[in-house]
Design a protein around this ligand. Structure first.
Ligand code: COA
Length: 185
């Protein structure tokens, strides 16, 4: 099975990530607001290219399934999302998503993530998904809560910031039997 097939919702198309998506994804990774809750400073084009190359290798090794999101019928990458740290023997992976700031607050992730989570449980055979989120990232916390993720704790001083300070991360988990796509909060 190909782990990264094209997927579609009414307002979004998910396709395989390509090296030339780096420039569009710099709208997110290169901007202070885009990386505010990601625990790292804004990145250069070269750093984003390296990130995509590493992800490509992880996908090839079966350790990740990651897509870019575009508008339907368009090609420019607007979001980068999927499963990483995929622990195949234990059927567990981490869910990650970033969206271009120009598209925030339009309900796009609320539309796309249920489909992605369903794909993860049904097609990828996952039993458990995890999400680690900065406590200040209200939109992201709201998104996972809507999907049925439960809070599982606080990872104290999990991230080291460029200024030397350390921040906590909240951790959430969702088990396959708990996911009810027809009954989202
Ligand atoms: C987090 C992110 C993916 C949200 O995507 P989005 O498409 O803008 O989210 P949606 O419009 O689908 O909204 C999701 C929920 O968050 C709420 N929300 C959206 N923007 C918000 C904001 N700035 N502050 C508070 N809540 C917000 C929405 O009201 C919605 O909640 P509701 O369902 O109760 O109405 C996007 O802001 C992003 O990419 N941020 C930068 C990268 C990032 O932090 N990724 C997550 C790392 S854990």
């Amino acid at each position: 099975m190909h782990p990264v097939p094209e997927l579609q919702t009414p307002r979004a198309r998910l396709r395989e990530v390509r090296p030339d998506d780096a420039e569009a994804l710099l709208d997110i990774y290169g901007s202070p607001e885009g990386v505010r809750f990601l625990g790292r400073p804004p990145q250069t084009l070269e750093q984003v290219q390296t990130r995509l190359q590493r992800m490509r290798e992880e996908i090839d090794r079966g350790e990740a399934a990651f897509w870019v999101m575009t508008d339907p019928g368009a090609d420019r990458a607007l979001a980068y999302l999927g499963f990483f740290r995929w622990d195949v023997p234990h059927q567990t992976a981490e869910l990650g998503y970033v969206l271009a700031p120009a598209r925030w607050g339009q309900g796009l992730m609320r539309e796309v993530l249920p489909m992605l989570v369903q794909y993860g449980f049904e097609a990828l055979g996952l039993h458990r998904m995890e999400a680690r989120i900065d406590p200040g990232n209200t939109a992201s916390i709201r998104l996972v809560e809507r999907l049925g993720f439960r809070p599982e704790g606080r990872l104290r001083e999990r991230t080291l910031q460029a200024d030397g300070s350390r921040d906590d991360l909240l951790t959430f988990g969702l088990l396959r039997p708990e996911f009810r796509p027809d009954d989202l909060r």
